[in-house]
Design a protein around this ligand. Structure first.
Ligand SMILES: Nc1ncnc2c1ncn2[C@@H]1O[C@H](COP(=O)(O)OP(=O)(O)OP(=O)(O)O)[C@@H](O)[C@H]1O
Ligand SMILES: [Mg+2]
Length: 501
């Protein structure tokens, strides 16, 4: 019997190493027509590398690939593209400074008339693809870089379906999306599945995987551990296969906040933030919840001096600072780990050591000298604490997996020993095994007297990690609760601006 119809794409025995270290070790993957297939594993497990092999970005060292039963070798992305195997990579692959239409219809497929690009036809094709995704409201002439994150993702999906993808691969597509936008994307993916497209889906959000996917392949250390029907397994089981052990307690025990107030804001307003007052004690972890657009990130940016406030006061350690620049905030011991970490927080061409050392020079210089040994020991500590999967402090950050790049940024700010630490979505893109390490580090910093403010879209994370939670709605604080024993539904109703019943 021929297997040609059973799998649309199959990888057999694929290995790939970088400088002698295996990123993929004899990997087998079988993708069926019309399924959504999750690819799971910890940061650095090899998911993105596998995707890059499947789409011709990397040539494997050994192993074979089969498309609809036929052996095939992709010589680069465009050859995979032509064969109908298309990926949206973890690093979002739209071209920001050209129009939406040109992003959807790429190079070779541009319609031409008398040797010139037929712009009218180009826009028509682009619109048609966006309509299929129910995204007809996205203006096709706009620069793609000016779209919202979900619109950019949709444009990338539109490009994939424009080439009639047989296999569509998405590497953490929801990292920058809100719950509502995620549901939009899921609707699109389910429609594509119904049309017979095979979808490979990478995500660290397991609830999402269980909602959307039919089967899952779980990787660990460059190997495939198992492939299973999602209906036949549980989140718990998936986690223990991913990390190779049972998950211990995810959250650390809470501390006891100190007596003195580390940061106070009074009647603060900005663009979206309106008349917000709150205070955080030394040693206290304050969680901030709210829907996207409720002003959470803006509030953090204002406290960090990264955005100006239009009125109100900021008081640090009893001293009115009203700082209006990042440098001024830092000089008062206030540091922000931004949400867009990969674009705002690291230099990809520098080593882990250099990245962590930048901005931490005072803590590592001895008599004004920054020694290589000190950079190395600071970085080595971070690598151990945050379980950064790397070959050591000298490795270039650009060579790390996406989640491990995020950890480097986090390490850089944690090593600063800030008095007031602001974190925006600190565990986004981070695997479940490492999340608890990060919670532990945040608690550890608080135990040393730091005041911590954490913004998160995951309510269970706020409930488990924080001492106190405030909820924001349309720029205002809509509710405040003590985190221990807080009820998710109650928090959610505050997020929607309703008082809890
Ligand atoms: N260009 C490269 N040079 C050297 N090593 C690399 C390169 N690309 C990936 N690696 C290594 O291969 C391993 C697998 O990385 P990969 O990006 O595939 O992980 P991942 O499963 O996608 O992780 P994440 O969830 O963090 O995105 C990692 O140890 C990474 O450091
Ligand atoms: Mg990856």
């Amino acid at each position: 019997m021929s297997t040609a119809s059973q799998y649309v794409l199959e990888a057999r025995d694929i290995s790939k190493h970088f400088d002698g270290v295996f990123a993929l070790n004899e990997v087998d993957l079988q993708i069926r027509t019309g399924e959504i297939h999750a690819l799971l594993g910890e940061n650095g497990a090899g998911k993105s590398t596998l995707i890059k092999v499947l789409t011709g970005v990397y040539a494997p060292d050994s192993g074979t690939m089969h498309l609809e039963g036929e052996g095939i070798t992709f010589k680069g992305v465009s050859s995979a593209h032509k064969a109908g195997v298309v990926a949206l990579y973890q690093e979002l692959s739209i071209v920001p400074n050209v129009s939406v239409a040109e992003n959807i219809v790429l190079g070779d497929d541009m319609p031409t008339r008398a040797g010139l690009v037929d712009w009218k036809e180009l826009r028509r094709i682009a619109r048609e693809q966006l309509d299929r995704l129910n995204q007809g409201q996205i203006p096709v002439q706009r620069m793609a870089g000016r779209l919202t994150p979900v619109q950019q993702t949709m444009v990338a999906v539109a490009r994939a379906i424009a080439v009639k993808a047989k296999v569509l691969i998405l590497d953490e597509p929801t990292a920058a999306l809100t719950d509502h936008e995620i549901q939009d994307l899921f609707r699109v993916l389910r429609n594509l599945r119904a049309e017979g497209v095979a979808i490979v889906y990478v995500s660290h959000r397991l609830e999402e995987v269980f909602e959307l996917c039919d089967r899952a392949t779980i990787m660990r250390n460059g190997r495939v551990m198992t492939t299973t029907d999602v209906a036949d397994t549980t989140i718990r089981e998936v986690i223990s296969t991913m990390v190779g052990r049972n998950q211990e307690d995810l959250f650390p025990t809470r501390g006891i906040p100190g007596a003195s107030t580390a940061v106070e804001i009074h009647n603060l307003s900005g663009q979206r933030v309106k008349d917000v007052s709150l205070s955080v004690k030394e040693g206290e972890v304050l969680g901030i919840g709210g829907l996207a657009g409720s002003g959470r990130s803006e509030l953090l940016r204002i406290i960090a001096g990264a955005q100006r406030h239009t009125s109100g006061r900021i008081v640090i350690d009893g001293q009115e600072t009203n700082h209006k620049s990042v440098a001024a905030a830092l000089s008062h011991g206030v540091a922000l780990v931004p949400e867009e970490r990969r674009s705002q927080g690291v230099v990809l061409s520098q080593s882990i050591g250099e990245n962590i050392a930048v901005g931490n020079l005072t803590s590592i210089s001895k008599w004004g000298l920054v020694t290589r040994a000190r950079i190395k020991s600071l970085a080595s500590n971070s690598i151990a604490e945050l379980q950064i999967k790397s070959r050591g402090p000298h490795q270039t950050v650009g060579q790390l997996s996406g989640g491990n790049q995020q950890k480097v940024v986090l390490a850089k700010y944690l090593a600063r020993n800030p008095k007031v630490l602001l974190l925006d979505e600190p565990t986004r893109g981070i695997d479940v095994g490492t999340k608890s390490e990060i919670y532990g580090l945040i608690r550890g910093l608080a135990a040393k007297g730091a005041a911590v403010i954490v913004v998160s879209s995951e309510l269970p994370e706020l409930i488990g990690l924080a001492d106190r939670i405030v909820l924001m709605h349309e720029g205002h604080i809509s509710g405040e609760v003590s985190a221990a024993g807080a009820d998710e539904e109650q928090l959610l109703s505050y997020c929607y601006g309703r008082a809890a019943s």
